[in-house]
Design a binder for this molecule. Structure first.
Ligand SMILES: [Zn+2]
Length: 352
């Protein structure tokens, strides 16, 4: 599950990008001694994910893995035999449970008998959502889509599409070394402070090395696109946008000179400027959402206004989720109220 919706935020003039181009397929760029950057292809509109390879005394730590496509297995083989010099992977770390980050973790863990490291919520979430036929899963998804304005046939198509998405994940590891906010974890001959944040995911982990001033930021702080902040059917009344905005102070003591290593896009400096841009982006989207709800509407109807160029069942699903994140925030703030129409659909209206 990715950030396939490019939700604006294109002005990044205050950011500094030390590298002009990403590493080629199966190649790496050295970020710092023993810390390598590889880029993996993805079968989505957002067509790549960055992974970080850290050399330990007895092998490698891998941060994120990409998803299970034939091309990606080939790229991993090239990396393992080439830049990773045939040395074993000792540890697989997941920043979070979305399929482009965790999809091949089980394959790597099993192949090398590696340790799997991540947060508990992301591990459980991935095990539940990347599995077919979880009881009540499709029925819950279906009623959620109907409630928000989809008709039956489109809802059925979206549920089938979700099932295809599941196939992009291999098995998720059966056991985990759990990390929590504030922990220090050592890999790549460095100590990393774990920062666990909510908003893009339930327990997203970033890793900060205060000696080198490097932050592995996963999807939480991307340079050019806004990470998807979305409501999903499992937690329909959640307020992930409030969670996301509340996460920013967790980065307040990270020095401005810190090199940020994001999962999508290019490494950058300017974390605090970027946080301001993201805050500003959501403020504008909240204003636009409230303005559009001066006329009572379903969330689907509003999402077509907020994301006019989105097509395809997966992207429409993400547009709905992102729109609902802004709606739920406004409902909790007392700006918008929810009602029902004669068909039982949720109708949202800005309070006058
Ligand atoms: Zn993600």
């Amino acid at each position: 599950m990715t950030d396939r919706i490019r939700s604006m935020v294109s002005r990044t003039s205050k950011l500094e990008f030390p590298w002009n181009a990403p590493p080629g397929k199966g190649e790496v760029t050295e970020i710092s001694p023993g810390l390598l950057w590889a880029r993996l292809p993805l079968p989505f509109r957002l067509d790549h994910v960055n992974v970080w390879l850290l050399e330990d005394d007895d092998g490698w730590t891998v941060i994120d893995t990409g998803c299970a496509t034939p091309e990606l297995f080939d790229v991993w083989e090239t990396l393992l035999a080439g830049p990773m010099r045939g040395l074993p992977v000792r540890r697989v770390v997941a920043t979070h449970g979305h399929v482009d980050h965790i999809g091949l973790s089980g394959w790597l863990v099993e192949r090398f008998e590696a340790d799997f490291v991540g947060t508990f919520a992301e591990w459980i979430w991935a095990r539940l959502t990347h599995m077919h036929d979880v009881p009540n899963s499709s029925a819950t998804h279906h009623s959620y889509l109907i409630r928000h304005g989809f008709d039956e046939s489109v809802a059925d198509g979206m549920i089938k599409s979700r099932n295809r998405f599941i196939d992009l994940s291999g098995p998720i590891p059966g056991a985990i070394t759990e990390i929590r906010d504030g922990h220090t974890i050592r890999f790549g001959r460095r100590d990393w402070r774990v920062l666990v944040t909510r908003g893009h995911a339930f327990e997203h982990a970033s890793f900060y090395d205060s000696v080198s001033d490097i932050l592995i930021s996963g999807d939480h702080l991307l340079p050019r696109i806004s990470p998807v902040i979305a409501v999903y059917e499992m937690t329909p009344t959640a307020d992930p946008l409030a969670d996301y905005l509340a996460s920013f102070p967790q980065f307040a003591d990270i020095p401005a000179r810190t090199l940020v290593l994001p999962s999508h896009g290019m490494p950058y400096r300017g974390i605090h400027e970027r946080i301001e841009e993201l805050r500003d982006h959501h403020r504008k989207r909240l204003d636009a959402t409230a303005n559009s709800l001066s006329v009572p509407r379903t969330a689907l109807d509003l999402s077509r206004t907020m994301f006019p160029h989105i097509e395809g069942p997966d992207n429409i699903g993400f547009a709905l989720g992102e729109t609902l994140a802004h709606i739920n925030y406004l409902v909790n703030s007392g700006v918008v109220q929810e009602g029902r129409d004669a068909n039982g659909r949720a109708i949202f209206t800005a309070r006058s």
